[in-house]
Structure formats: structure tokens, C-alpha cells
Design a protein around this ligand. Structure first.
Ligand code: PLP
Length: 427
């Protein structure tokens, strides 16, 4: 499919039916697979024969969607997971174990912060956060001989900061480490981190990739570009894996070493498996990803510009606005648009923000973003409600902050809804 443009690949990559086969990708709803000989099955266990063995590890429907996403991101292989959280865990844990540490941008999804700073700490893995104001020297001062990777989010949820992928890739590579990028909000339609030096990409496919609030899922994609052998820091990839009869991932799987290990070791042992039906539903979403992202960006840009001019709004944060501190980064990494999420403050503080939310008719209050339907959340009264106003400000979540996920409806209807709700909030 290399010859096709990316928006064509959204529809045509992965499942390519031959003569007489179903036009739409079938759901292979089976946990297991029949073989004619024990020898063939033995070969599967040795990773020397091709084929599926057990759906916890791989499945034909899942594999077809993995192939599509690998092509969209420009990687050598991908692995779907049961959630975005599972993808973040596996992406790091595949190369970073107890007694080791990794560097993460501090501006990332709150759930990932919990996973990295609380749960992975209990696994003996330490995260070291790099704040946006740090110099290169200050970031490199966080690195020691036990550091194993760098991590950041292309467009951070909910801060909407734009990650300087090239800068972090160069810092990471300078000390012989790979860069992992969470590309959830951008999707490969708006940014392909491998083109800027990232080595591994992951997504919560629950967001724009699915796009219809239908199915929770995640994915990890391997660029195949990182040299795991150089520097000797990754023996789990370059030395025999006893749990697979001494397979050496770099020797036996070449460029696909990382993603093969993630599947045959982590997926086998952790079982964070996507269901075939989930893969099917995700594939339906991917079919229309290109057109949806175009519309999300166009609508969000229009709404951000409208809000910025509205006297009832105290501030607007959207990387597509020249007033955004990340505007220059957005121009570089997101030339096709800045995705669909905007945050803004309603004049009148927490009370006015809540009144605004409650007055919306089209935009739905949900704990979700990146859906085809416009949705909205007031973090101060929901996800962050246990914090005082002072603590909220420290966390970058002001009491008046509204997170607005712009959908693909007609923009005039979304604007009219915002307008009437702002009138009630300020009335
Ligand atoms: N990464 C980002 C950027 C997210 O926004 C989310 C969820 O909101 C996740 C990861 C976790 O994904 P999931 O909810 O699919 O587990």
C-alpha cells in the first residue's frame, strides 16, 4: 500500500480482500486456531512458524487493524492493546524494568501520570518529569546509567501543549535512548512522530481513531529505527529470552525486535488483549479518520477564534491561535490543523463555568474527549473536584476552565449552542 496517500490508506490498508471474499473485514471471533500437525504448533511456540496460536497473543482481525495503523504511522509493526493505559504501560515496560528509570514530559494525560508515578513506582520503575521550562542541560541532568527511555505527548491532554518531538528525540538519541510519543490527540493524520525522530508511538485508540465513543483500546507502533544493540543497554532485546527457548529479538526479528518482544512476552504474560470485535469497531473508525480529523480541526479553529473575540470569555487555549505560546511548535508539527480540543475560561469563575456547561444543549457533558459529537467537561467540578481553588491553579486547571471537545457537526450549530450558553452563564 506504499503507493497510496495516507487518507486512502485509512480505508484500503490492512484488510485487502481477494476475489470473492467479504468486502468488509471479518470478525474472527475465535480464541484458538486449528493446525494439522503438532510440529506446526511446536513451530508457533518456538516463533519459527507463521500463524496465530491463541487470541491472547494474536488474532487475524486484530492483526489486520495493527497492519493498517502501522502503515498510517509509517512503522514496521504495531500491537493493539485493550486500552490506552495498557499501551502506555507496555510501551515503557517493554524496555524499562525494576531499578531503572525513564524521563517523561510533565505535561501529559493525568491517567498516565498516575500510571507512571504511582503504579509503575510500585513495580520498581521511577519516572522523572521534565517540565516545559527546563533547558536541555536540566533535562539531561535527569538521565543516569539506569535511564531507559524518554516519553511525551504530541498534544497534551488537557494542557494542549505541543511536544517538541525533534528536540526530545535528539536529547534521547544523544544519550543512546529511544523516544516514545503518545500521538493520541494528533493521530497520524496531523502528525507522524517517526518523521521527527520518535522511535515508538502509542495511542489511546479510544479517542479520535475510534472516534465514535464506542470502544476502549490502545496501540503501540514500532518505527524499526532504533538501534537496540548499540550501547548494550537493552539486554532483554539483544540477549536470549529464556521464556522463548533462547530467542534473541534483535537477531531473529531485526527491525521488528521491540514490537515482537512486546507481543510474545508482555501480551502473553499481562494479557491486555483487544477483542476481535473491538478491532472491528476500531477499523470502522479508522476508515473515516482522515475526513473526521480535517473537520475537527476546521471547526475547532473557527470556534477558538470566535471564543477569543468574545468578551464573556476570559482566555482561550488552542495551539492553532497565534496567541498560544505553542503556536510556533504547532506550525511545525501540526501544519494540517491542531485537532479538536480547546480549553477556555468563562468570565465569572467556577460558578459561571458550571452554568455555561449546564446550559449547553448540543454539547454533551461527558468524561471523554475526541469524539465525533461535541462534548465538554468542567474539570474543577468533576475530575479534579477534590482540589481547592488554589490547588487547581497549581495543577494548571483553573476553576473557570472548560475543556471543549469540538465535534464534526455543522460549526454554526456548535457556535449557536456556545453563544446561548454563554449568555445564560453571564446573565
Ligand atoms: N493517552 C491520552 C493522551 C489520553 O487522553 C488517554 C485517555 O484519555 C489515555 C492515554 C488512556 O487511554 P484509555 O482511556 O484508552 O485507557
Amino acid at each position: 500500500m506504499k503507493e497510496y496517500k495516507i487518507d486512502t490508506k485509512c480505508l484500503q490498508a490492512g484488510y485487502e480482500p481477494e476475489n470473492g471474499m467479504p468486502r468488509v473485514m471479518p470478525i474472527y471471533q475465535s480464541t484458538t486456531y486449528r493446525y494439522n500437525s503438532s510440529d506446526h504448533l511446536a513451530g508457533l511456540f518456538d516463533l519459527t512458524a507463521p500463524g496465530h496460536m491463541y487470541t491472547r497473543i494474536s488474532n487475524p482481525s486484530v492483526a489486520l487493524v495493527e497492519d493498517k495503523i502501522a502503515q498510517l504511522e509509517g512503522g514496521v509493526g504495531a500491537m493493539l492493546t485493550s486500552s490506552g493505559q495498557a499501551a502506555s504501560l507496555c510501551a515503557v515496560f517493554n524496555i524499562c524494568g525494576a531499578g531503572q528509570n525513564f524521563i517523561s514530559a510533565s505535561s501529559i494525560y493525568g491517567g498516565t501520570v498516575n500510571l507512571f508515578a504511582v503504579t509503575m513506582k510500585r513495580m520498581g520503575i521511577e519516572v522523572r518529569f521534565a517540565t516545559p521550562d527546563m533547558t536541555d542541560e536540566e533535562i539531561l541532568a535527569l538521565v543516569d546509567e539506569n535511564t531507559r527511555c524518554f516519553f511525551g505527548e504530541t498534544i497534551a491532554n488537557p494542557a494542549l501543549t505541543v511536544f517538541d518531538i525533534e528536540r526530545y528525540a535528539s536529547l534521547a538519541h544523544g544519550v543512546g535512548l529511544p523516544l516514545i510519543v503518545d500521538n493520541t490527540f494528533a493521530t497520524p493524520m496531523l502528525c507522524r512522530p517517526f518523521e521527527f525522530g520518535a522511535d515508538i508511538v502509542m495511542h489511546s485508540t479510544t479517542k479520535y481513531m475510534d472516534g465514535h465513543a464506542t470502544v476502549v483500546g490502545g496501540v503501540i507502533v514500532d518505527s524499526g529505527n532504533f538501534d537496540w544493540e548499540k550501547g548494550g543497554k537493552f539486554p532483554e532485546l539483544t540477549e536470549p529470552d529464556e521464556s522463548y527457548h533462547g530467542v534473541v529479538y534483535t537477531r531473529d526479528f531485526g527491525k521488528a525486535a521491540y514490537i515482537t518482544k512486546a507481543r510474545v512476552q508482555l501480551m502473553r504474560d499481562l494479557g491486555v488483549t483487544p477483542q476481535p470485535l473491538a478491532a472491528f469497531l476500531l477499523n470502522e473508525g479508522l476508515d473515516t479518520l482522515a475526513v473526521r480529523m480535517e473537520r475537527h480541526c476546521k471547526n475547532a479553529q473557527t470556534i477558538a477564534e470566535y471564543l477569543e473575540k468574545d468578551p464573556r470569555v476570559s482566555w482561550v487555549n488552542y495551539p492553532g491561535l497565534p496567541s498560544s505560546p505553542d503556536y510556533a511548535l504547532a506550525q511545525k508539527y501540526l501544519p494540517g490543523g491542531c485537532s479538536g480540543v480547546i480549553s477556555f475560561g468563562v468570565k465569572g469563575g467556577r460558578e459561571a463555568a458550571m452554568k455555561f456547561m449546564d446550559s449547553l444543549k448540543l454539547a454533551a457533558i461527558v468524561v471523554h474527549v475526541a469524539d465525533a459529537r461535541t462534548c465538554v467537561l468542567h474539570p474543577a467540578s468533576t475530575t479534579h473536584r477534590q482540589l481547592t481553588d488554589e490547588q487547581l491553579i497549581d495543577a494548571g486547571v483553573t476553576p473557570d476552565l472548560v475543556r471543549f471537545s469540538v465535534g464534526i457537526e455543522n460549526v454554526e450549530d456548535i457556535l449557536a449552542d456556545i453563544d446561548q450558553a454563554l449568555a445564560k452563564a453571564n446573565g
